[in-house]
Design a protein around this ligand. Structure first.
Ligand code: FE
Length: 307
């Protein structure tokens, strides 16, 4: 079929029959028209058969909540970050700590504390490696920001997140830390492990057909916010992970892989009440000033779990 024919058909299907003009959402209409036109063009160009088409429809029906995993797996979460950055650049917003994908596992309502928090409930004291992470939150000019909010969440030493893994305690490895008067935050936790999409799930089904794995390297998620700055959505990676630069979700970025140091000094261990070496990460966050034009991507609206 010719492109003009396809365009005429899509236009007829999407815009040619309007029963309720008062409910038309022009934005939804425009996006739907474009997607349907491009899908019909794809079916035409790749000679997608009826069998293949219906297996695609069934796949969408079966995908359900795994849509939140397929999206990063196809690179679209990262692509949306790049789109946001294009808009930011256009508005003159550049620099600061790089953003990266939020992922689908944030939970609202984590306990809040000032300057320091212990994230873990102690249940992994035996098998896990204790982690101390600390740093400063500053603005675009490098001025430390007191009362900035550092929301942190990560997987346990088995690669599982509280709430989604019901065996963990409420809000385990999830906290909000308010920086002190010098803009500092610090927390104690356990070094997380990477994780994978469900091996028998719908995301892995597509990844498998693409010859790809569904593993994420170990990482820690953050939202960092303060008055008059853009909210930062980011992650840091645990250096040395086998999948560090082979993340199925394409979230690893230069500038987000801080050095991780093992502390073995006896005096230091005693001070912290630890009987074995611990890992330490220093990482500073730099937030960008919010412009008056409110470029998208500071506060992203999406459905999130309420704790
Ligand atoms: Fe994650």
């Amino acid at each position: 079929m010719e492109r003009t024919q396809i365009e005429a058909l899509a236009n007829q299907f999407i815009k040619g029959k309007i029963d309720f003009p008062e409910t038309v959402n022009p934005r939804v209409q425009a996006i739907t028209l474009r997607i349907v036109t491009d899908l019909m063009q794809t079916i035409n160009d790749l000679k997608i058969t009826a069998d293949e088409y219906w297996s695609g429809v069934e796949y969408i029906g079966d995908l359900g909540k795994e849509a939140g995993l397929l999206s990063p797996g196809l690179g679209l979460d990262h692509f949306m970050d790049l789109m946001i950055e294009e808009d930011m650049k256009e508005a003159g917003l550049e620099g600061g700590t790089p953003r990266t994908i939020e992922g689908p596992l944030y939970v609202e309502g984590a306990p809040e504390s000032k300057a320091f928090a212990r994230l873990d409930d102690g249940s992994e004291d035996e098998q896990g490696t204790v982690l101390f992470m600390q740093g400063t939150v500053s603005d675009q000019q490098g001025k430390p920001l007191p009362n900035a909010k550092v929301e942190v969440w990560h997987a346990n030493s088995l690669g599982n997140y509280s709430f989604f893994d019901e065996s963990q305690s409420h809000f385990n490895l999830r906290r909000s830390i308010i920086t002190d008067e010098k803009g500092n935050y610090a927390f104690r936790s356990v070094v997380p492990l990477g994780y994978s999409v469900p091996p028998n799930g719908m995301t892995q089904k597509v990844l498998g057909a693409l010859g790809r794995h569904g593993h994420r390297p170990a990482h820690i998620h953050f939202f960092v916010s303060a008055d008059d700055t853009r909210k930062l959505t980011t992650q840091i990676n645990i250096d040395g992970d086998k999948y560090l630069w082979d993340d199925f979700a394409f979230a690893s970025r230069e500038g987000l892989v801080p050095e991780i140091t093992m502390i073995e000094d006896a005096v230091d261990l005693k001070e912290k009440g630890l009987g074995k070496p611990y890992a330490s990460i220093n990482f500073d966050f730099q937030l960008l000033n919010e412009s008056n034009s409110k470029v998208q991507g500071s506060e992203v609206e999406r459905r999130r779990v309420q704790g």
